[in-house]
Design a protein around this ligand. Structure first.
Ligand SMILES: [Zn+2]
Length: 309
């Protein structure tokens, strides 16, 4: 199975990308934004393979040849001109950005293009983002950057404005099911997991069914009842969630989806979702968890963000 065949969904951003590539107008910096685990990195890797493919017709065709040594390297141990900056749960520091810039300033190994993919680019420190701005404004020749993020508002606006943003929507349940089947999940499980995944194949693969159901039900209840809970109940919630660091990303993700479903009929849900985005971005920067969750759940007007940053 090749990468090419396993991209599921995202017809619109892929069409925009391929059209630009086919007409020789590939942007120097793209921002792919959309839910975690929906396949942004997969599409970025596909674009990288296309840009690095040695077959001169690949870009026009919108498909890599799959036979040249560049394609083989992209599928195998990695291509020396494809650089991935993946911070894990750390901040992307200005030093990380400078190191990447230095690498990109060299002649490419294969005398062709150079590609950088920055996973979770919202984890960049302000200094890091400012440093990257220079590369985005005046990229080294034949260099293309792909910044990946959950939401474009998580990045410095000056950086966003210099990238070509492409929005990725959550996958449909059917598409998640298709990804799971490709990954070898049993058909019955794939169907149920997909219905719980909220459009994220990554999420469906990272958790078992029982914890997905539990997290979804809890998030629905929090989203629905937050405004009628007593301050003591909200404090308890904040304390409980902050203590279980491992479950927090799944909990916050489920809460976002519950709020999204509610926002059409409930203006408060939209307000809570705004808080959730701010708090999620702060959590990425390693602020005190309990304080961040207090700011989310206690619903004070000023949010108390200033003390956290
Ligand atoms: Zn090729």
């Amino acid at each position: 199975m090749t990468e090419t065949l396993s991209i599921v969904g995202h017809e619109r951003p892929i069409r925009v990308l391929l059209r630009a590539m086919a007409s020789g107008r590939t942007a120097h910096a793209y921002l792919f934004w959309g839910p975690d685990g929906c396949g942004k990195e997969r599409v970025a890797r596909y674009a990288a393979q296309l840009l690095l493919c040695k077959d001169s017709g690949a870009l026009k065709r919108g498909a890599p040849c799959e036979h040249c040594d560049s394609c083989a390297k992209m599928r195998g141990e990695g291509h020396p001109d494809m650089h991935l900056l993946a911070p894990g749960d750390k901040v992307i520091s200005v030093e990380d950005v400078r190191k990447l810039q230095e690498t990109l300033s060299f002649q490419s190994f294969e005398r062709g293009r150079k590609i950088a993919i920055i996973r979770d680019s919202f984890r960049m420190s302000r200094e890091g983002a400012n440093a990257l701005l220079k590369t985005v404004e005046e990229p080294p020749p034949e260099t293309h950057l792909f910044l990946l993020a959950h939401h474009r508002s998580q990045l410095l606006p000056t950086l966003v404005s210099r990238c070509q943003p492409l929005r990725f929507d959550p996958l449909t349940d059917g598409e998640v099911e298709e990804v799971l089947l490709l990954k070898g999940v049993e058909a019955d499980d794939a169907k149920v997991l997909a219905s719980l995944s909220g459009g994220s194949a990554g999420m469906a693969m990272a958790h078992d069914m029982e914890s997905l159901i539990k997290a979804r039900d809890e998030a629905d209840s929090v989203a629905k009842n937050l405004r009628v809970m007593s301050p003591a109940e909200r404090l308890e919630l904040s304390e409980r969630w902050s203590k279980d660091k491992e479950s927090l990303p799944l909990r916050l993700d489920c809460l976002e989806r519950s709020l999204r479903r509610m926002q059409a009929d409930d203006p408060d849900a939209l307000d809570t979702m705004g808080r959730l985005f701010t708090v999620s971005a702060l959590i990425e920067r390693n602020v005190n968890l309990q304080l961040a969750l207090d700011a989310l759940f206690l619903l004070e007007d000023d949010g108390g963000w200033e003390e956290l940053v």
